[in-house]
Design a protein around this ligand. Structure first.
Ligand SMILES: Nc1nc2c(c(=O)[nH]1)N[C@H]1C(S)=C(S)[C@@H](COP(=O)(O)O)O[C@H]1N2
Ligand SMILES: [Mo]
Length: 406
């Protein structure tokens, strides 16, 4: 006689809690039948993100913030963009996690456990700006393939870890060291275990800077899974693609690292300006290093209305790769005239800086607030889209918001 098994009442309680609703005919649910409601997990819940975040892709997961969500001085997890090139590792064994150093320029390969890193080296905390090289890509014309980021693929969180330089000194690197390249535990979308989804790196000088961290904490807690738990390389001011998540290895190279997404048009732009759509020879492409000066108005939200006679307080953040931001200006007349904003010093090198200002308006009507940051070398943001490149990187055009005075 056929015996159908049914889910026991005790098990149902747990499933209901996960679904956030009572399973009304739960006593008729065949055992082992997966519930559809649990198969399609809510990405916001799964990653601890605010539901206002915008999902750009789910294979792999890519999510960005809207400008006004980035208003906090330090970006909390719920508003931090996610950029993945492959599949997030499914099971993370923190107790047995290791980081191996190898490559042409180490005396001999050396492996550390997570506990070795935490206990043997001094720990440091920095606020570090991480911006995806493709942030702003959606504006390029002709369009560039890839995630159509608007303005929200940037964050500045507080990262805690040990200095990569301290660990490299302990490993023992040789005089021929030129570059480091990272290796990680995420898997290629094809499922091919021999392929890495991404393996990028930085020149040895940047690797040795004191802010370049092997981080295990973000905003005082374990790094969230989507952002690289349990160990991540964090390289402030450079394209965030250099900050390898789920870090398992560092190769110290005697040449420019040639891992996945280091060559061709990946994270490379024409060394000299080209006409939009122009073909560029491989040898005329240069690797993106320090990110260009940029700013974001985070309050008010675009579309704000204000009664005539009241002045508008606004604020946001500005950053300039390896450099500092030296001034921020605003315009309410489409860039014809500019006034200066208040600008704070960064919490530390490579952290974004907060600006604020108060604008008043002569009469009722539609306005735009434009903000323009200038770096410590005197270079300012362009008002409109800068140099076209095949993959749509480095759009640092001024941020604008719409306003109505009624
Ligand atoms: N292992 C690994 N590290 C990675 C990536 C990845 O796909 N795999 N993406 C990179 C890219 S392109 C960016 S912009 C940042 C995004 O970091 P976040 O998701 O924590 O915001 O991680 C970088 N580090
Ligand atoms: Mo990126």
């Amino acid at each position: 006689m056929e015996r159908r098994k049914f889910v026991q009442r005790s098990g149902l309680g747990a499933l209901s809690a996960l679904l956030g609703a009572e399973i009304v005919f739960g006593n008729r649910l065949p055992e082992g039948l997966p519930l559809l409601g649990l198969q399609d997990p809510d990405p916001f819940k799964m990653f601890g993100k605010d539901p206002q975040m915008v999902v750009l892709n789910d294979k792999p997961w890519n999510m960005e913030a809207l400008a006004h969500l980035l208003d906090d001085p330090i970006t909390p997890n719920r508003f931090m963009f996610i950029r993945n090139n492959g599949k997030i590792p499914e099971s993370i064994d923190v107790a047995n996690w290791t980081l191996t150093f190898d490559g042409e320029a180490v005396r001999s390969p050396k492996t550390y456990t997570l506990n070795d890193l935490k206990s043997r080296f001094p720990q440091h905390t920095y606020q570090l700006t991480l911006e995806c090289g493709g942030n702003g890509r959606s504006e390029f014309d002709p369009p560039a393939k890839g995630n159509q980021w608007t303005v929200g693929a940037v964050s500045c969180a507080e990262w805690t870890g040990v200095r990569l330089s301290d660990v490299l000194k302990d490993v023992g690197i040789t005089a021929n060291a030129v570059y480091i390249g990272y290796h990680a535990a995420d898997t290629h979308l094809s499922g091919d275990p021999t392929k890495e989804p991404i393996s990028r790196g930085i020149p040895i000088d940047k690797a040795m800077q004191e802010e370049t961290l092997l981080a295990f904490k973000m905003n005082g807690e374990d790094i969230p899974l989507a952002h690289g738990h349990p160990l991540r390389l964090v390289v402030g001011g450079w394209p965030a693609s250099t900050s390898g998540k789920w870090l398992t290895g560092i190769s110290v190279r005697d040449r420019v690292h040639d891992g996945e997404k280091m060559t061709g048009s990946s994270y490379r732009v024409p060394c000299e300006t080209v006409a939009p759509g122009e073909k560029v020879a491989d040898e005329d492409m240069c690797i993106i290093e320090s990110m260009p000066v940029k700013s974001l108005i985070t309050s008010p939200k675009t579309g704000a209305t204000l009664p005539l006679g009241r002045s508008l307080s606004f604020r946001g953040h500005a950053w300039a790769g390896d450099l500092q931001v030296s001034r921020v200006d605003y315009s309410i007349d489409f860039g014809s005239t500019w006034k200066s904003c208040n600008l704070e010093q960064p919490a530390n090198r490579l952290a974004w800086q907060h600006f604020s200002g108060t604008a008043s308006f002569p009469k009722k009507g539609y306005y735009e607030l434009w903000v323009r940051a200038t770096d410590s070398n005197g270079k300012a943001q362009p008002m409109v889209l800068p140099g076209w490149n095949p993959k749509g990187y480095l759009n640092n055009a001024c941020h604008r918001i719409a306003l109505k005075i009624t």
